[in-house]
Design a protein around this ligand. Structure first.
Ligand code: PLP
Length: 371
């Protein structure tokens, strides 16, 4: 493990929940740099650097790639607020809480939402998705969550965008948990809009949402019939600040952006492919260790278990209540279930610098005290 990765173990608590993950020293140091003006040319250079580094990590040529001021949910709102014209038909594929949230947000921005749901812990097959899309001839947006953090399920999405490419339909993807922890290829997979968060595999504190818009998405936004309903998240206004004009819109969260910049550099220094492989190796090691304990993953088919977030079914031996004991006595954070899975599952995250064999060993060693 290099020093950037091991730094996280100097932390008081080991964050093995669904996010936030531990923040490396380098990022913490960057966050504490002197604040300068959001209109200082030196700061614009940092914004440009962040955009270029996000483009590399998203694997896109999209010029409109930046960080929304706000957490992953702000990214979700920014995507829908800008894309939806009143009454647009939006098809949302949902396998968990964050899919449901997408439908809720789209509806609030005036969409005519059609939701296709699966049981929590399942994923959609390619043919189910394509057949659902073909049911409607007036679709404007198709949206899906890549890594469903509420269930630990990894939704395959690589071929959907290419089916939509020559249609007048925008493909929108939530990559809050998946970004930099598993393969995500914006341009090759034909994804038009994708937003993420900082507190998962990037190991940057919560507060920003990396986002990217394709030319096809920008065309839809340019041709809107009404103003974007959110002033704060209106891309047309944001672009005046982010683009060459550099016109004040809102005061950018300067220090958070220093932190993101450092987090992105750490990813690129490690190398995206190497980082993705590390998450995969950790996940496979976790699966083997879990098998030995006799516990089971929550996802219906292990093939679709996320590499950075393992959801496990609790059985009679483990009560959800011990999570608090583990946090207090062992200083290890583990996530509980959301919605109807509360008390029934745990969500154990191995994100970014926390994705390694040592973290998995610490988790299972600690568990031995309770079973
Ligand atoms: N989408 C997914 C898949 C998430 O996991 C989360 C948060 O965990 C969000 C959206 C919302 O992000 P935030 O809590 O940063 O607003």
């Amino acid at each position: 493990m290099d020093s950037d990765l091991s730094d996280s173990f100097n932390m008081n608590k080991l964050l093995l929940g669904p996010g936030p993950s531990n923040v490396p020293k380098r990022v913490l140091t960057a966050l504490s740099n002197n604040c300068i003006s959001h209109l200082d040319p030196d700061f614009f250079s940092i914004l440009d650097e962040i955009s270029e580094n996000l483009k590399s990590l998203f694997k896109t040529e999209n010029e409109t790639t930046f960080a929304i001021s706000g957490t992953g949910s702000a990214g979700m709102e920014a995507a829908f607020a800008n894309l939806i014209d009143e009454g647009d038909k939006v098809l949302v594929f949902s396998c968990g809480l964050f899919g449901e949230r997408m439908a809720e947000v789209a509806e609030r921005y005036g969409a005519n939402v059609v939701i296709k749901s699966k049981e929590w812990g399942e994923v959609f097959e390619y043919n189910e998705i394509i057949n659902s899309i073909k049911e409607y001839d007036d679709l404007k947006i198709v949206s899906i969550v890549h890594a469903e953090t509420s269930t630990g399920a990894h939704q395959p999405i690589s071929d959907i965008g290419n089916f939509l490419k020559n249609r007048d339909i925008i493909f929108l993807v939530d990559s809050v948990t998946s970004f930099t922890g598993t393969e995500l290829n914006i341009d090759d997979w034909g994804i038009d809009v994708c937003y993420s968060g900082t507190q998962k595999c990037l190991n940057v504190p919560p507060g920003l949402s990396p986002i990217t818009f394709s030319e096809k998405a920008l065309r839809k936004i340019r041709n809107r019939k009404q103003k974007v309903k959110s002033w704060y998240l209106d891309l047309n206004l944001l672009k005046n600040y982010l683009g060459e004009k550099r016109v004040y819109h809102h005061t950018a969260p300067v220090n958070m952006l220093y932190g993101l910049n450092e987090g992105l550099k750490i990813c690129l220094e490690e190398g995206l492919e190497k980082r993705i492989l590390r998450h995969k190796d950790t996940s496979e090691y976790f699966n083997r260790m879990l098998h030995e304990t006799g516990l089971k993953l929550f996802v219906k088919d292990n093939v679709f278990s996320l590499p950075m977030l393992k959801s496990i079914q609790l059985d009679k031996k483990i009560s959800d209540g011990i999570r608090i004991d583990i946090l207090k006595k062992h200083k290890i954070e583990i996530g509980g279930g959301l919605g109807h899975t509360k008390g029934l599952i745990w969500r154990v995250g191995f994100m970014g610098c926390n994705s390694n064999k040592e973290s998995v060993d610490v988790f299972f060693e600690t568990l031995k005290n309770y079973v």
